[in-house]
Design a protein. Sequence first.
Lengths: 116, 110
Amino acid sequence: SAVISQKPSRDICQRGTSLTIQCQVDSQVTMMFWYRQQPGQSLTLIATANQGSEATYESGFVIDKFPISRPNLTFSTLTVSNMSPEDSSIYLCSVETSGIGSGELFFGEGSRLTVL
Amino acid sequence: GENVEQHPSTLSVQEGDSAVIKCTYSDSASNYFPWYKQELGKGPQLIIDIRSNVGEKKDQRIAVTLNKTAKHFSLHITETQPEDSAVYFCAANSWGKLQFGAGTQVVVTP
């Protein structure tokens, strides 16, 4: 397992602004993932972030809206750009600790964003 | 791609009774099936998982069964307690990524 810390834990944002979410892991991991969980919904993968390469985005998510950084093996950031009320969600960082492709994911506590 | 369906969407049980949540998947290549518990205001917590080389796995009051032929897997919680109240998500891996079910809200009433 891994201890995953996310900041901020929650925030209220104004329409049109951007917010960067930080994810810190207590051990080095190759694969980090960012998920979105809209109110009362399931988890949807936004992108996969590997250290030293560009993030890989899922269908429906673009780099201009959700830029991601992965400067080292324990840290990543997700920015939600030019926010609208539809971006109000929980954003979750997760890591894979049991080998690439194992599927065994551990999640942070999430960052709860409300956009007014 | 993978499609995971989860039923029921809500489940209310009396304390001490059993709860069963069922999921089906579409990708026959999927070989890893985790279950997550999400309490209010928290991130999902991995509670049990099963790989395709076994049919059943148990950990105290929770168990998971897998039927690869029928492409379905289930979570069983016995002797439910109020602290089991949460949203439970099943998932299946496909092409190195997890696809999640829609979730089941479990309410355990004393």
